[in-house]
Design a protein around this ligand. Structure first.
Ligand SMILES: [Zn+2]
Ligand SMILES: [Zn+2]
Length: 393
């Protein structure tokens, strides 16, 4: 399914303030709330869609990335099964309700702290026990232009929580295992009444005894003290796609910290940093090279070597080349991260005027000065000035 534009979903302008976005989301959340639309799948989808849009647009980082790259910037195409799952699965109802705290100014009660009566969601509301989720891990990766142009495989040695091998992640020693929690009788939640903007709601909150799992461990594993996870190390290989840019964040689902008691692992988030190239300047998918021609080459013409990502190439210089001229080497830029073609290498020409002259050179130039060919051509002056002006448009 084609993802709708987040601004469209919330019906706000691209320039909307955080307060406007919050207000718009609140309206949608109330309109499509599952309590008001029981069993309505369309409303459920709209409820989730609005939550996802709000999650992105209310976060300055995510919003900037979305404004620049669209849905692609949010971690790759949805549901393509690739390593950059990112937002692919959309948000779970738990995620959405945990967001309500700052929207409605109430307390959402963490896990399961939603509203009553949406048993149809996420498979069985009331009986849904909690699974621990490991936290996300963040790493930075510094890439040079060559790596960005081709894409690159990077290995990371991560210090992170991994499942305990002694208890196979269960947290229990030997056959003792886990038993049903006496407080919540295994449901993982307890019910309490809560005042919300939608009236009094029966709210399920996490069981304080078992932390929502519905089980308590009798004999705790000695290696991990019953947690099911230990601090360890894992080498993760990441395929960085070509065309990425400074500030982009890639996410690899399930490669973060392991969750307690064989829970859901967190994600690995990879922040892209760009190494500054000595000669080439990046302008989105184009590259810029500043070429300083000698005065005779500019006047007589010739050939110069231009650095590109794939090594040096020879470029012909026409006689009478003026400073400010831009030569375009098509396809010598960087590939677009979404696969929309490749940029160009723009060679920006300047001409070097000698700073010191010996006697003979001085004499030769003085002789030339009288020649008509050395008098500046007004049409070229206008051209150069126009170009200069265009830089400020
Ligand atoms: Zn263990
Ligand atoms: Zn319990």
């Amino acid at each position: 399914m084609e993802k709708r534009d987040y601004y469209e979903v919330l019906e706000v302008e691209k320039t909307a303030s955080v307060e406007e976005i919050k207000k718009a989301y609140r309206k949608k959340a109330i309109q499509y709330h599952p309590d008001k639309n029981p069993g309505d799948k369309v409303a459920e989808e709209k409820f989730k869609e609005a939550a996802e849009a709000y999650d992105v647009l209310s976060n300055p980082d995510k919003r900037a990335r979305y404004d620049q790259f669209g849905h692609a910037g949010m971690g790759g195409a949805a549901g393509n099964g690739g390593p950059f799952g990112g937002f692919s699965g959309g948000m779970s109802m738990d995620d959405i309700f945990s967001m309500f705290g700052d929207i409605f100014g109430g307390h959402s009660g963490g896990f399961g702290g939603g509203f009553s009566g949406f048993g149809g969601f996420g498979g069985g509301g009331a009986q849904q026990q909690r699974r621990y989720r490991g936290s996300d891990l963040r790493v930075k990766v510094k890439l040079n232009l060559k790596e960005i142009s081709t894409g690159v495989e990077k290995k990371f040695k991560l210090k992170k929580y991994v499942p305990c091998s002694h208890c196979h992640g269960t947290g229990a020693e030997g056959d003792g295992g886990a038993e049903t929690c006496p407080t919540c009788k295994g449901s993982g939640t307890v019910i309490r009444n809560q005042q919300t903007i939608l009236g009094t709601m029966q709210t399920r909150t996490t069981c304080p005894t078992c932390g929502g799992e519905g089980k308590v461990i009798k004999n705790k594993c000695k290696e991990c003290a019953g947690e099911g996870i230990v601090y360890g190390e894992e080498v993760v290989t990441v395929n960085i796609p070509k065309g990425v840019a400074e500030g982009m964040q890639l996410s690899m689902g399930g490669k973060g910290n392991a969750g307690k008691h064989n829970g859901v692992p967190g994600d690995l988030l990879i922040l892209v940093e760009e190494e500054q190239d000595k000669e080439l300047i990046r302008d989105e998918n184009d590259l810029i090279y500043n070429l300083l021609l000698s005065f005779p080459t500019a006047a007589l013409g010739g050939a110069v070597e231009i650095p590109t990502i794939d090594g040096k190439v020879k470029v012909k210089i026409e006689s009478g080349t003026q400073p400010g001229k831009v030569l375009r080497l098509r396809g010598k830029g960087l590939p677009n991260v979404n696969g929309y073609g490749t940029g160009d290498l723009l060679v920006n020409v300047s001409v070097y005027v000698p700073e010191t002259l010996n006697k003979e050179e001085k004499k030769a130039l003085e002789e030339m000065e009288g020649s008509d060919n050395f008098k500046p051509n007004t049409s070229i002056k206008e051209k150069i000035f126009k170009k200069f002006k265009s830089l400020f448009d």
